[in-house]
Design a protein. Structure first.
Length: 279
């Protein structure tokens, strides 16, 4: 009797420990963003969760999968552009698991697999473009990388939502060359703008001259306006050109009597012959 009581005394803690182990192995609690991929004797059964999940000890096992968006920093990659420019590029990848079954069964470990795929895709895509495109169309290149990675990870049950190219690091010589190119481009634009301004100004002057020449009164008003502007200044001498249209009638009146006399033979001045002074 004493032996049985002592046996039970030692057996009770062991049973309690085994019971806790069995409960821990059979009862699982999943959060809202978690899912359990359950396997029965090594074969896929179903995806469970969230909440309370009951498993058969030693018969069933589960793999916990996080459905939240995860962020991967793509390490700096050495990239050679299409125009043979060496640079260092890094990026950030955003993705989440949309099919827990595929994420566990189709790929051994989806996190490093996605990271390695992102690195190779980034080098391949950027290597097909020139440096100017990488600097000016970074958003478009990020979209291209994201679409390529997403199409390849779809079979893994992973959705790539975004890829952001963070840094494009160039050598010092290339930075100086780009600065010179930008300066030359600014000078070219300045010269073009100056030439266009000169053309517009000359075109406006030509139009104004045509309008003034078509209306004589407008030319006279312009002369008067110029005279008023000059008179407003403190000048001791004002040189004002007389329009030919104003004095033209007077010139015609002076020429008419001379022409009439020449036609009638009168009014001619007789030629005086040279007379010697001593005669």
């Amino acid at each position: 009797m004493l032996f049985s009581e002592s046996y039970l005394l030692y057996l009770t803690p062991v049973l309690l420990i085994v019971a806790f182990i069995l409960i821990g192995a059979s009862v699982k609690i999943l959060r809202e963003y978690e899912r359990a991929v359950v396997f029965t004797l090594g074969r896929f059964q179903k995806v469970k969760g969230p909440g309370l999940v009951l498993l058969l000890p030693f018969v069933q096992e589960m793999v916990r999968v996080d459905l939240r968006i995860q962020v991967i920093e793509i390490p700096t990659q050495d990239v050679i552009s299409h125009d043979n420019v060496s640079m260092k590029v890094d990026a950030v990848l955003y993705f989440n698991v949309v099919n827990p079954e595929r994420a566990v069964i189709q790929v051994q470990d989806y996190l490093p697999a996605t990271n390695m795929l992102a690195q190779t895709t980034l080098r391949a895509v950027l290597g097909q473009h020139e440096l100017d495109e990488m600097l000016s169309e970074r958003k478009k290149l990020s979209t291209d990388v994201q679409s390529i990675i997403d199409s390849q990870t779809e079979t893994w049950g992973i959705k790539v939502s975004n890829v952001e190219i963070r840094t494009v690091e160039l050598t010092e010589n290339m930075v100086r060359a780009i600065a010179k190119q930008a300066e030359a481009e600014r000078d070219r634009r300045a010269k073009i703008i100056h030439a266009e301004a000169e053309f517009q100004a000359s075109q406006t002057l030509v139009n104004a001259a045509k309008i003034l020449s078509s209306v004589p009164a407008a030319m006279q008003l312009r002369y008067l306006q110029t005279l008023a502007e000059i008179g407003a200044e403190q000048n001791s001498t004002v040189v004002f050109p007389m329009p030919i249209d104003i004095i033209k009638p007077f010139l015609e009146l002076i020429d008419q009597p001379g022409r009439a006399a020449g036609a009638n033979g009168a009014g001619r001045i007789p030629l005086v012959k040279d007379v010697p002074l001593g005669a």
